[in-house]
Design a protein around this ligand. Structure first.
Ligand SMILES: Cc1cc2nc3c(=O)[nH]c(=O)nc-3n(C[C@H](O)[C@H](O)[C@H](O)COP(=O)(O)OP(=O)(O)OC[C@H]3O[C@@H](n4cnc5c(N)ncnc54)[C@H](O)[C@@H]3O)c2cc1C
Length: 408
């Protein structure tokens, strides 16, 4: 049989080791006081201590090749590791596979010159530096990167950049940014207008204005003003005019990486829902005996099951160098929706406790909301999926090739 639904023993071993490490070390270190803004120093020290322990256990950079100090895992194995990490808040930071550094590492590995890799990728892999990815602008729709207004103009060996970005995750404390700016406003093909630059955030002209407050508090998603920022020509990442393509290469696997983390969160929320339903008593029986509650549990299970299959299938396509864009769109849309729905149901079953900050569910729900529009809004993925289905029907008179191209 060609279809195999289990991991080979060496990957199952890694998954188990990550799960044990998360339970034995990370969960225990995540004390409630760690999240207070007064305890930032303690938080950073905790991450560094845990990172040392993770490295001792050979758990470091699951997504990077061994020559870069990583575990050299493929996308399907990373799916397993990431969903284990996501059962804790610090898990992915501890293994140095957190967004946006993980996506930036992939991007530098794929597009960087040897000199760029040495200067920027190496310290990122060692965990000495952090980075951010700066594309979205408040003035234009982030869903359509061809509208980017941040302008880079050539001046001798440098580019001079002016513009405005926001929601740049991890910008405070990042040592460098991968910045997308317009270099050829008149390019006939809109996708050829933008270029990616590596920017040292110490440079004059890179100004962090504020950490944008969100419905779940401040999480280092920053607004940046870029004023006469000089960047050497050698800091172009990829080719001139290749910013759009670079974004696409980066975003496919990065979107899936989010899905992998969200699966861990969905599973946790469903387990909490069941735990509560099994122990909360009302009108003569436990909540778990009520059909209304069982439907919520069943719907969540069905959606989680489909989410896992979609993520694994998209990861399989990436791993086997097959066209994966539509599968990633299916997965991104479905998993983001499922994350929201399952956490919401878990809040429902917990009643007032779920709504309170005594339970992690309220925080998880507020965090889950952005999943439905960041890294491709639901409607953008629906548009892409519909385009592929229509095209497949036009070409073949059937939709099979646009529904995962499965042998069914
Ligand atoms: C927590 C978080 C972290 C982020 N981190 C980063 C980061 O590190 N770097 C970065 O560059 N950006 C980041 N972003 C920004 C994110 O990528 C954008 O929010 C996203 O691309 C959507 O852009 P927008 O917010 O401008 O919404 P818009 O593009 O204005 O879209 C708003 C809504 O309009 C609808 N819509 C848009 N286009 C269409 C269409 N063609 N058809 C139908 N409906 C449509 C959708 O409902 C969409 O939700 C982050 C955002 C969040 C919330």
């Amino acid at each position: 049989m060609a279809i195999e639904f289990s991991f080979p023993p060496e990957i199952e071993d890694v998954r188990q080791r990550v799960r044990e490490f998360m339970q034995e070390e990370v969960e225990k270190a995540e004390t409630d006081d760690l999240w207070s803004s007064d305890n930032r120093r303690k938080l950073i020290e905790t991450i560094f201590k845990l990172r040392a322990k993770a490295q001792e256990r050979g758990l470091w950079l699951p997504h990077m090749p061994q020559e870069w100090g990583g575990m050299g895992l493929g996308p399907t194995a990373i799916a397993a590791v990431s969903s284990e990490c996501a059962r804790t808040r610090l898990g992915s930071f501890v293994l140095n596979c957190q967004a946006p550094d993980e996506g930036n590492m992939h991007t530098l590995l794929h597009f960087g010159t040897d000199a760029q890799k040495e200067e920027y990728l190496k310290p990122l892999c060692k965990g000495f530096k952090r980075s951010c990815f700066a594309m979205t602008e408040p003035e234009v729709a982030g869903s359509d990167p061809t509208l980017i207004q941040t302008l880079a103009e050539r001046d001798g060996d440098d580019w001079v950049i002016n513009g405005h970005k926001w929601f740049i995750s991890g910008a405070r404390g990042a040592h460098f940014a991968i910045l997308i700016a317009r270099t050829d406003p008149d390019a006939e093909v809109a996708q050829e207008r933008n270029t990616a630059f590596i920017v040292d955030t110490e440079s004059s002209g890179w100004n962090v204005v504020r950490d944008v407050e969100t419905m779940s508090g401040s999480h280092n998603h920053c607004e940046i003003r870029i004023e006469n920022l000089r960047v050497p020509h050698a800091n172009i990442l990829g080719r001139l005019g290749g910013g759009h393509e670079l974004g696409q290469v980066r975003l496919g696997p990065a979107r899936l990486a989010h899905c992998m983390r969200w699966i861990g969160q969905i599973e946790m929320a469903l387990e909490m829902m069941i735990e509560r339903a099994r122990t909360r008593y009302s009108h003569g029986s436990y909540l778990s005996d009520k059909q209304g509650i069982q439907w919520m549990i069943a719907d969540s299970g069905m959606e989680l099951y489909a989410a896992k299959l979609m993520v694994l299938h998209a990861a399989y396509k990436i791993e086997n160098k097959l066209d994966f864009k539509t599968e990633v769109s299916y997965a991104k849309h479905h998993v983001a929706q499922t994350l929201w729905k399952v956490i919401d149901r878990a809040v429902q079953v917990h009643g007032a406790l779920g709504y309170s900050t005594d339970s992690p569910l309220s925080g998880m729900l507020a965090q889950a909301r952005w999943a439905r529009f960041a890294d491709g809004a639901d409607e953008i993925h629906q548009m892409r999926i519909a385009q592929q289905l229509i095209r497949a029907h036009e070409r073949n008179g059937s939709v099979g090739s646009a529904v995962g191209d499965l042998p069914l």
